[in-house]
Design a protein around this ligand. Structure first.
Ligand SMILES: [Zn+2]
Ligand SMILES: [Zn+2]
Length: 337
């Protein structure tokens, strides 16, 4: 079986990849400039496949699918609705594709699926008693709605001259550089807000909604409490502080909105046929959903390694996590007695 080449199953049937969670050779000491350059241009690397994919969708979203900037100056219901429908369509197609292939067609059954169980269809902790329906509800009724509000509000300020915009013809180099650096900003912002919402009062108020997905599927990606969505999409507020192009806002928000789908797919690899498959790099965040207190970052910056919260999927990491959890449980029991 293709799966056996890449990982093993535990006694409980959980799939554990042989590949360890690791980082690109960019933030290493001593510096390794040749390896770093190779990584930037290789596949998978900095640009391909995912970064340029999200940049491309973001640029299409602004230049081909969004109303012109002047329409945001005097907002009408048509402008607002067209932005909401555009964003909903992107989410529906992208998340729907993962869900359809892996969870409706079950095209590869549980091959490469970390948790052998399928999403819960009869659990009181989820709205409608169904994990997937609950996630889809939160995605559209809170996620896409708040994303759209951020997009419209920032562009309203820009269209009314309250923010400084760049001219594409005069600042092409700046435009390209900024668009290609959005990935770094998103990684850093996600880590910072993620650490913040794990602070107990905020966790109990908001982030625990997302963490109901101990066994995540693609629709878990944007399934968050509205308060968490406000923190999450605040990545677009960066552009209040320096001159920008509307496409920066759209690409940043598209990156934030679409990238959680593969990250929460629940599968390590997607099979294209019996012999071939490709990695979707979801193990680090799967471990975060399983153990809560590790892998807060999800990207190319080695923040968890720097701050001692990396779970790399090794036996040593699993043992460390088990020790930590049993100590925590003992503390809880002794506090109660
Ligand atoms: Zn998550
Ligand atoms: Zn979390």
């Amino acid at each position: 079986m293709e799966e056996k080449k890449f990982g093993d199953r535990s006694n409980k049937g959980n799939y554990i990849p042989k590949k360890r969670v690791s980082y690109p050779p960019v933030f290493v000491w001593p510096l390794a400039p040749v390896r770093a350059l190779k990584w930037i241009f290789s596949i998978p690397g900095y640009f391909l496949p995912w970064n340029l994919f999200y940049v491309g969708i973001g640029l299409i979203s602004w230049f081909a699918l969004s109303p012109p900037l002047e329409n945001y100056a005097d907002l009408t219901i048509i402008t607002c609705l067209s932005v909401f429908i555009k964003n909903s369509g992107l989410v529906l197609i992208f998340y729907g594709a993962f869900h359809y292939r892996l969870y409706i067609q079950r095209a590869q059954d549980i091959d490469f699926k970390y948790n052998p169980r399928w999403p819960s269809e009869n659990s009181k902790q989820f709205l409608f008693g169904n994990q997937t329906k609950d996630n889809i509800f939160l995605t559209f009724c809170s996620g896409v709605l708040i994303w759209t509000c951020f997009e419209i509000c920032i562009l309203w300020f820009a269209a009314n001259g309250h923010l400084r915009l760049i001219n594409l013809d005069e600042s092409m180099f700046y435009f390209i550089a900024m668009i290609l650096l959005i990935h770094f900003w998103r990684d850093l912002h996600f880590y910072l807000i993620h650490r913040l919402i794990h602070f107990e009062p905020l966790y109990n108020l908001a982030h625990k909604t997302h963490h109901r997905n101990i066994n995540p599927g693609p629709w878990s990606g944007l399934a968050m409490h509205p308060i968490e969505h406000i923190f999450y999409f605040s990545c677009a507020l960066l552009y209040l502080f320096f001159p920008f192009h509307p496409a920066f806002v759209i690409v940043t928000l598209v990156h934030a909105s679409l990238s959680p789908a593969p990250g929460h797919a629940g599968f390590e690899r997607i099979k294209t046929d019996e012999q071939t498959s490709f990695d979707i790099d979801s193990f680090a965040h799967y471990l975060h959903h399983k153990y809560f207190e590790c892998n807060y970052a999800d990207g190319i910056l080695p923040l968890d390694r720097w701050f001692g919260t990396l779970h790399d999927g090794s036996e040593e990491s699993f043992n460390k996590m088990r020790d930590r959890l049993s100590k925590k449980n003992q503390k809880k029991i002794s506090a109660k007695t």
